[in-house]
Design a protein around this ligand. Sequence first.
Ligand code: GLN
Length: 194
Amino acid sequence: MINIGVLALQGAVREHVKALEAPDVNIIIIKKVEQLKEIEGLVFPGGESTTMRRLINLYGFYEPLKDFAKQKKPIFGTCAGAILMANEIVGQMEPHLSVMDMVVERNAFGRQRESFEALLKMDSIGDDVQGVFIRAPIIKTVGENVQVLARHNGDIVAAQSGPFLACSFHPELTDDYRMHQYFVKMVRESRIHA
Ligand code: GLN
């Protein structure tokens, strides 16, 4: 069995739990810092990054999450979760957890396009992945060790850097769980290499 956590401070938690289900996966809803010890991979859901950050600080998660990333344990962030992972946020002085070398811009698709769906061609995953975008960020640039996995109209919407996976859309809101399966595979493999 592998233990994968979903950070449950705010946002779409239940949908990720459903999307991660697999015979060899035990999913743990993370509400307390101590639970981080039990897991080998972690999902940051979508929601509101500023609220999530406030709760991360309030419940003492900041250092433990930095530590989790330092140990190179896999993390998958969707939408607000991806914003938490970036090392730079356009217009903000400070990033949040700064685990991935990328610049994100929040709410970057503009008012008319607050939410929309698009089919995405994703490296290693498929060429017809359904992307649900809700007040989504754009990944403006990525560092040289970060691989771009998908673009929408030229804008980067998914990327991976070793054990860290981020996308600006919500794969958990569709019934296409290939991205979650890809993440579960990353966690399985990280365990072999640990
Ligand atoms: N706009 C939100 C933020 O900046 C993200 C939206 C989402 O996760 N659906 O955190």
